[in-house]
Design a binder for this molecule. Structure first.
Ligand SMILES: Nc1ncnc2c1ncn2[C@@H]1O[C@H](COP(=O)(O)OP(=O)(O)O)[C@@H](O)[C@H]1O
Ligand SMILES: [Mg+2]
Length: 328
């Protein structure tokens, strides 16, 4: 009894009775038209989400990565969670609030980056754009200005405060879009492919920003088709394909579940000749020990050892590959 009370007390104190995000068996169909012949069109039903999309994101700075190829259903999922689309079936809650029935409450809790480049005024500076959006959110002039300054700092654009938006690079625009999504300081943030089209350095800056926001305690849903990127910033990952969630867990567990192999490369030298021994293994420590003792037994000198961790990319190809076979 005491245990239960204590537990509830702790939950309340942390404000985390509910999960930040809950998606349950989401299903969404689109009606579309396909051209057949010169004039005729045929109605087709696109099953964007097939009912199996369920996941949770907890409070306390969790980044959840929704990973999948083009057309998998990532954006559709984000749009449902962000109240922009109504699911045909299933439900979604943000901090316990239903995204359909309590859409207005939900909108106050979330920040959304869907199309990073949309809606900014090109002649205004980044700072002025943020002040404008702050005013739209009902902040007073001085509050909007203070918030805009704070956010420009947060996203690392303090040196570009007064430059017109049209002069911003893609990377700067991506960070400004995240700043805009944070105007009302929402505890939940949706980032739909925030690094798409960015050069590697800008993409890294965006990922660093995501990590910073996570430290601040924001619950973040991050979508991507870039596997190592998700592995780098996300605590948990869901792989989605063809409108279905295929596998879910921490990146490391996903790799383990799939029995992905480490690659061990041991470079050896014999009579001035260099040779590389390469082995794939699920148990790198044991394999490495064996390779080393074999090499020593043969009188080889070891000049270099490399252990390559299995990448999520491999998991992805494997899972999607299997799934693809089932569907087709
Ligand atoms: N408004 C729409 N009308 C018709 N089909 C759509 C619409 N939006 C998305 N789709 C289809 O739904 C599927 C999932 O799309 P989406 O959620 O955008 O995938 P992702 O973001 O993972 O690339 C795709 O087949 C896409 O073509
Ligand atoms: Mg998308």
């Amino acid at each position: 009894m005491i245990g239960k009370t204590l537990l509830l007390g702790l939950l309340h104190r942390g404000g985390c009775v509910n999960d930040a995000i809950v998606a349950s068996n989401l299903r969404k169909r689109f009606i579309s038209y396909e051209r057949i012949g010169f004039i005729r069109r045929r109605k087709i039903i696109v099953e964007a989400l097939r009912g199996g999309v369920s996941f949770r994101v907890r409070w306390g700075g969790e980044v959840y990565g929704l990973l999948g190829p083009n057309g998998a259903g990532k954006t559709t999922t984000v749009k449902i969670l962000a109240t922009l689309l109504i699911p045909d079936d299933g439900y979604a809650l943000i901090d316990g609030h239903d995204v359909v029935k309590e859409a207005n409450v939900v909108r106050g809790i979330i920040g959304l980056v869907l199309y990073p480049d949309k809606g900014f005024y090109s002649r205004l500076s980044g700072y002025e754009n943020l002040v404008y959006f702050g005013r739209l959110y009902g902040l007073s002039k001085s509050m909007a200005e203070a918030r805009a300054r704070e956010l420009m700092n947060l996203v690392g654009l303090e040196n570009a405060m007064n430059r017109p938006y049209e002069e911003y690079s893609l990377g700067m625009r991506a960070r400004l879009a995240i700043a805009r999504a944070l105007i009302h300081d929402p505890p939940v943030l949706f980032l739909d492919e925030p690094t798409i089209g960015l050069d590697p350095i800008s993409a890294r800056e965006v990922r660093e920003l995501v990590r910073r926001l996570r430290k601040e305690g924001k619950a973040i849903l991050f979508t991507s088709h870039n596997l190592w990127e998700v592995e780098e910033v996300c605590d948990r990952v869901g792989i989605i394909n063809n409108g279905k969630m295929i596998i879910e867990g921490p990146p490391r567990d996903i790799k383990d579940m799939l029995g992905l192999k480490y690659v061990i490369e041991v470079e050896v030298q014999l009579n001035g000749r260099v040779e590389t021994i390469r082995e794939e293994t699920v148990n790198p420590a044991e394999t490495l020990r064996r390779v080393i003792s074999d090499a020593e037994a043969r009188g080889l000198r070891i000049s270099r050892i490399r252990i390559n961790e299995p990448s999520l990319e491999e998991a992805f190809v494997r899972v999607i590959g299997d799934e693809g076979k089932q569907v087709r």
